[in-house]
Ligand binder design. Structure first.
Ligand code: NAD
Ligand code: UD1
Length: 675
């Protein structure tokens, strides 16, 4: 059974989805991305290390909404989807009523049709209106029985929806309805991967202050210091978004614990019960940032009131929920989110497109570093799909997902769990896919899997962009022992792509073995063949292999290569850098070493390959054959990694065995320049 989360790509929704999954729930997200980005969903998946079904639908579209209920068995709905800007709602009230009220009506109709009658609704403390109207402080801190009197169209939509939900419950007592009235949500996920990303000028206190701190705004305006508080600024009940997210789990569990035929309509305040002034929050954030942030006290903002502090007793007692995190925690997490993502999810030189109509699990991600260099990488196989240097393609790749699925040449893919061949694979109980060997990870290797992510981040100072992809490969996949978590991090800078692999054994075995590489086919010529490419190698030492089995004999022999002349014999050889140890499972502390330089006299393009790895397979693809696309010697591969079949050679074995608690790692860099 799934929990449908409407608005799950938004600020509070994304944090709640993470908490739901951490608590063992299965989740489907519906969001029209009006005020959010699919990158938030990709990052949710990255945090929880699993795929989360996502539907790009407007909740007012009943037909599309019904498809979700057809596809997944939904037990309950958490309903966040709404427009939420108070100021904007006074300018375009009809849009607010249509989106929020009409959207909820459509959602309730579809839920009713599919007999799903559990709902947790995002309401707001704004329904109470100005509680100082009671004059005698009798309603501060605010209890749930405080009369409602919202003062703006946004607040009124929440008030109307609460009433609709009440009427629906009155008409059919099977509905179980939790109304959660949030006070002031702040902060971000401590990973720094998800957070609040307001469009345009932020209206709320902390998002604005964060943008001042990161240099996007000049100074904070403090709206009045003549209120009756300890420092003259208004009092609010700020609550960490993680605590708030957990409040939804508590409410959901409360509903699930009711007797089957026992309906409910009940409101709960989600707040800390502790009021803080604007200056309290300002000082807490300045402390985290480490400096005084520019600010100026200006006149009061229209509609602001002295004190909105929750009385959260009902939620504390009935939901067994209370806040645990402080304003200091929220400021720390907000600052991490801001520093790691100075412009939110929006990265100016990054774009993506879907590779199939209804499924965003495999997308093509493009980084345009500058006018000379552009790289596309997709989720399937964390594959390098396209590299353009000075307007010419320098790597082989396809456009559609199907083209990748139709071929068996690993074009541009991450190869795992084990690059190249493992002999006597049956003895190791591995998937056999070539003459008794496991080749490139077996029948269902990394190249055939959708990696999660990417998490895209821009480093403006270095003019580089990183894309991080993650794959959790389960125990005994292709026969390999242990759950294996692998991070593939691409750093794209001007003219260069650096690949970093990092793997950890997550369980079900005490050790496993692996060897990761990238299988890009480079072509720096001006034509469709690599003929004429000149090669300068850092080594002339290679593994001797048996000519029939292509497996190493254990000996190292001399092999001189200077280029790929027309008509010359193909190369498919593992070259070794004898000075690099074959004992280390994490080579990242080695310096990147230049292992090969390729140039072509016609294009005058040079490719320099560097790696921390002890060997690399140089392969001229003499058997490449994708009709109408790429023929023999259409590209050459430089696959850095560990020695071939190291797992079966006592003296090389250590480099491919990953014990639990240790980390596997390597780095390889491909750089282009003009000569
Ligand atoms: P948000 O804008 O970040 O998230 C709302 C999400 O709903 C967005 O991803 C948006 O694209 C989506 N959405 C909007 N209309 C939709 C539609 N018609 N169909 C499908 N998706 C739609 O806002 P948030 O801060 O995460 O707020 C979530 C909920 O909590 C809202 O209902 C809001 O009113 C309520 N709330 C928020 C606050 C706050 O301070 N953030 C306070 C009280 C209540
Ligand atoms: C506002 C909304 C409320 C919504 C909540 C959370 C109004 C009247 N209410 O509450 O419906 O639930 O956001 O989204 O808009 N402040 C400054 N300078 C700024 C911004 C804010 O001094 O640039 C002060 C405000 O005067 C206020 C406090 O900071 O005293 C908090 O403001 P804000 O974050 O906008 O939240 P609320 O006004 O409490």
């Amino acid at each position: 059974m799934y929990i449908l989360v409407t608005g799950g790509a938004g600020y509070i929704g994304s944090h709640t989805v993470v908490e739901l999954i951490n608590h063992g729930y299965k989740v489907v997200i519906a969001d029209n991305l009006y005020n959010s980005s699919f990158d938030a969903v990709a990052r949710i998946e990255f945090i929880v290390k699993q795929h989360v079904p996502f539907f790009n639908v407007d909740i007012r579209d009943k037909e599309q909404l019904s498809k979700i209920f057809e596809t997944y068995e939904i037990s309950s709905v958490i309903h966040f989807a709404a427009l939420k800007a108070v100021g904007e709602s006074t300018k375009i009230p009809l849009k607010y009523y249509d989106n929020n009220v009409n959207g909820t009506i459509k959602l309730l109709e579809v839920m009713d049709q599919y007999n799903v009658k559990n709902i947790v609704f995002s309401s707001s403390a704004t329904v109470y209106g100005d509680v100082t109207r009671f004059g005698d402080n009798s309603m501060i801190p605010i209890p749930e029985h405080c009369p409602n009197d919202p003062t703006n169209p946004y607040g009124k939509t929440k008030y109307v929806i609460e009433n609709i939900l009440h009427d629906v419950y009155n008409s059919d007592n099977k509905w179980k309805t939790a109304i959660l009235r949030y006070f002031n949500p702040i902060g971000a996920h401590p990973s720094g991967l998800i957070g609040e990303d307001p469009l345009g000028i932020p209206q709320n206190l902390l998002p604005y202050l964060a943008q001042v701190a990161i240099g996007r705004r000049d100074k904070l305006s403090i709206f009045g210091n003549d209120y009756n508080s300890h420092d003259g600024t208004p009092i609010r009940d700020y609550i960490h978004v993680i605590d708030l997210a957990k409040g939804h789990i508590a409410a959901l569990e409360y509903l699930h614990n009711l007797q089957n035929d026992q309906g409910l309509f009940r409101e709960w305040n989600l707040g800390s019960g502790k009021g803080s002034t604007v200056f309290d929050v300002y000082h807490a954030f300045c402390k985290v940032v480490g400096r005084e942030l520019p600010h100026e006290v200006v006149g009061r903002r229209d509609g602001d009131v002295l004190d909105l502090t929750a009385n959260p007793k009902r939620a504390n007692e009935e939901l067994k929920w209370k806040t645990h995190l402080t304003i200091d925690d929220a400021c720390k997490d907000l600052w991490k989110w801001t520093v790691d993502n100075p412009s939110g999810y929006n990265i100016d030189n990054y774009s993506w497109k879907a590779l199939s109509a209804n499924d965003l699990s495999n997308r093509s991600h493009t980084i345009k570093v500058d006018d000379t260099f552009k790289v596309s990488i997709m989720n399937l196989g964390a594959t390098i799909q396209n590299v353009t240097y000075k307007d010419a393609p320098v790597a082989l790749g396809f456009v559609t997902e199907q083209e990748y699925k139709n071929q068996s040449f690993y074009i541009g893919a991450t190869v795992g769990r084990y690059a190249n061949r493992i002999s006597e694979a049956e003895k190791l109980k591995l998937s056999v896919n070539e003459n008794g060997n496991t080749l490139h990870g077996g029948k269902f290797g990394f190249d055939k899997k959708d990696f999660l992510g990417p998490v895209v981040k821009r480093n403006k100072k270095e003019n580089s962009t990183t894309l991080e992809f993650y794959l959790l490969d389960p125990h005994l996949e292709n026969g390999f022992p242990g759950d294996l978590g692998t991070l593939v991090k691409y750093t794209i800078a001007s003219g260069s792509i650096e690949i970093e692999y990092e793997s950890e054994l997550l369980g079900k075995a005490d050790e496993t073995f692996l060897n990761l590489t990238n299988h890009s086919y480079w072509n720096i010529s001006t034509g469709s063949s690599i003929d004429g490419t000149k090669i300068k190698m850092a080594t002339n030492k290679a593994l001797e292999v048996d000519s029939k089995s292509l497996l190493p004999t254990g000996k190292i022999v001399d092999r001189e290569v200077t280029g790929f002349a027309k008509g010359s014999a193909g190369i498919d050889t593992c070259f070794v850098l004898e000075q690099q140890s074959v004992q280390s499972v994490d080579t990242r502390s080695n310096e990147l070493q230049t292992v090969l330089e390729a140039t072509h006299p016609d294009s005058k393009v040079k490719l320099v390959v560097q790696t921390t790895e002890p060997s690399f397979q140089l392969y001229t693809a003499d058997h490449l054959d994708v009709p109408g696309k790429f023929g023999p010697r259409g590209g050459f591969c430089v696959e850095s990694g560990r020695y071939i079949d190291a797992i079966n050679q006592e003296s090389w074995k250590k480099s491919v065995i990953l014990p639990k608690g240790e980390t596997y790692g390597s780095k390889t860099k491909y750089a282009f320049e003009s000569v």
